[in-house]
Ligand binder design. Structure first.
Ligand SMILES: [Zn+2]
Length: 209
């Protein structure tokens, strides 16, 4: 498999981009890899990059977007922050990736048993982490069930995973609300923005469509 070029990138619709990620994750789950010469891809991309998707995921060591979607050098823009939320810096990065560098798909990828989500559920306090977790609190508050406070913490993994799913939804809403550039591209059909959840037990990505 060759690195993307200006010509191949131009053929990538949002739908086709999504399909490539789905196929890549299927390979990952089957422990298969597309036949790539990574160092050849390094050489081929040295004069320019033409990725087809932008993926926002968690820093979690188990959830590398390139690995779980079986992608090579120059295939995807990868933004990572604990808890996969957006702020102005990440939105600016996404605007670059879509408007200037030509990717047609944004994926917000959450994952099960996310430590950052657990921290937000538990109201963890530590240095700069305290403020960072505030970005995930809206998702905690938006999951209204169960009401019993003793069940609304990281010891309840179902609650944690529901908050992670809600966090993906709220992040997508925030991308559209806070980025005029991306909202316009979304409304005109130039890009799609989709949410997804990675299961740390199986390696499977489920897209919310
Ligand atoms: Zn995480």
């Amino acid at each position: 498999m060759k690195a993307h070029t200006k010509e191949t990138q131009a053929t990538m619709t949002p739908e086709k981009s999504l399909q490539q990620l789905k196929e890549g994750n299927q390979r990952f789950q089957e422990n298969l890899k597309a036949d790539r010469n990574l160092i050849e891809q390094v050489k081929d991309t040295s004069t320019g990059q033409f990725p087809f998707a932008t993926i926002l995921s968690c820093i979690d060591s188990r959830v590398s977007a390139e690995l779980v979607f079986d992608q090579g050098v120059g295939d995807i823009f990868s933004a990572r922050v604990a808890g996969n939320f957006v702020n102005d810096d990440i939105l600016g990065s996404m605007e670059f990736a879509c408007k200037l560098a030509g990717t047609r798909l944004i994926v917000v990828l959450g994952h099960t048993a996310c430590g950052a989500v657990k921290g937000a559920c538990d109201d963890a306090k530590l240095g700069k982490l305290t403020g960072m977790l505030e970005n995930i609190k809206p998702a905690v508050n938006a999951v209204t069930s169960p009401e019993d406070p003793s069940l609304r913490n990281s010891s309840n993994i179902d609650f944690v995973n529901e908050v992670a799913a809600k966090n993906v939804q709220l992040t997508i809403a925030r991308i559209k609300e806070d980025s005029e550039v991306l909202n316009e591209m979304h409304n005109s059909g130039e890009i799609q923005i989709v949410g997804a959840m990675y299961d740390i037990h199986t390696g499977a990505v489920t897209f919310y469509e």
